[in-house]
Design a protein around this ligand. Structure first.
Ligand SMILES: C[S@@+](CC[C@H](N)C(=O)[O-])C[C@H]1O[C@@H](n2cnc3c(N)ncnc32)[C@H](O)[C@@H]1O
Length: 345
């Protein structure tokens, strides 16, 4: 099975986007992950074909002119800040332990030490990536905090309760569970089994997870690079190469979150579409009304409109309206969301 015996490139990709986002001068729209850069270490030592990584070496302002960078930095800033807030709320509400699944280079155990003091933290990841993380933590931070336990497990091949049982984990304790950037990589059955186990946790426990839609997963399976204009090809090619070893396999039916969770014994508490007006207002808007990465974003949007207009230019008005409606629907279907679920009493 690909991806099991190599360090996760997607973990490095998202950490690189956080490291760049953490360099933003304005704290109102900065990524709070101040340890991402240190955990990644020298960019020259990282594999060169991972998206975003090459931009770690250059200036922040220049990197943010690239839509490949600005788009990912924006999404990661929304994601990190949503999750940091959920973690703070969970601790204030009485969570006594924190379970981080698919931890990659997640820095919360090292960055939020005051908040997590006196609470046990478990980081679960595939063995090779967990080992890489532990090496990076030792090199960059001098070691892990005493309240942290690393759990090496592949959730596709071992159940979460079995893996955690080796480390004395107790689901009866009120827990904050984090599945950041994980669901898309796990097949539906093991993912459902994982959620079902999480639903057995102490009432009031909460689970934050992000996910792609089924339409996005289907769309990724149909990407034809020969049909992409040559100028737009390199970033898409880099992304497709990366996920060849870590395929995106799970997608939620659009607007199916409530039903999905209810069927597994969980309640949906909050849902946010990444990149939506609400999310941009909350996490990416400066005091003067401008937004993070706006220039690159505007250029990408103008290009998208141009391509779209060229596509429909020769069509009859009725045909054109149908094509435009189909494109709007496709954009709606391609949602990327983040949610918080809770274990009821
Ligand atoms: C996109 S990265 C996200 C890492 C981290 N949560 C973050 O947001 O920075 C996906 C992570 O999930 C882990 N992962 C993917 N499939 C997994 C599986 N079946 N079992 C355990 N970990 C898995 C990968 O090794 C990788 O660290």
């Amino acid at each position: 099975m690909p991806g099991q015996d190599t360090i996760s490139k997607t973990a490095i990709w998202v950490a690189a986007a956080r490291a760049i986002g953490a360099r933003e001068p304005d704290p109102a729209v900065r990524n709070p992950d101040r340890l991402a850069g240190a955990l990644l270490g020298d960019p020259a030592q990282l594999e060169g074909d991972i998206p975003i990584v090459e931009f770690l070496a250059g200036s922040y302002a220049a990197a943010m002119q690239e839509i490949e960078v600005a788009g990912t930095v924006r999404a990661m800033t929304e994601r990190t800040r949503f999750i940091d807030q959920a973690l703070q709320r969970a601790v204030a509400d009485g969570a006594v332990q924190c379970l981080i699944l698919g931890a990659g280079l997640d820095s919360r155990a090292y960055r939020c030490t005051e908040l997590l003091a006196g609470r046990r933290v478990y980081e679960v990841d595939r063995p090779v990536t967990s080992e890489f993380k532990q090496g990076r933590v030792a090199a960059a931070l001098g070691g892990a905090p005493a309240n942290l336990t690393y759990v090496a497990a592949d959730l596709q091949h071992e159940t979460l309760p079995d893996a955690l049982a080796r480390h004395g984990y107790d689901p009866a304790r009120r827990t904050f569970v984090l599945m950041e950037g994980l669901t898309m990589y796990v097949q539906e059955q093991p993912l459902r089994d994982t959620f079902r186990f999480l639903a057995t946790h102490a009432p009031g426990s909460s689970i934050v997870f992000d996910f792609a839609t089924r339409a996005m997963i289907d769309g990724l399976g149909k990407v034809d690079l020969t049909k992409v204009p040559p100028a737009n090809r390199p970033p898409i090619e880099r992304f497709m190469n990366m996920i060849r070893h870590e395929p995106w396999v799970f997608g939620m039916p659009l607007d199916g979150e409530h039903e999905f969770l209810a069927g597994l014994g969980l309640q949906l508490r909050e849902l946010l579409t990444v990149g939506s007006e609400e999310s941009v207002r909350r996490y990416l808007t400066r005091a003067d009304g401008t937004t993070l990465g706006a220039e690159a974003q505007a250029r990408a949007e103008a290009l998208r409109r141009l391509v779209q207009e060229r596509m429909v230019a020769t069509m009859e008005p009725a045909q054109r309206e149908m094509a435009e409606t189909a494109m709007r629907e496709q954009a709606r279907q391609n949602a990327y969301r983040i949610a918080e679920a809770v274990v009821g009493s």
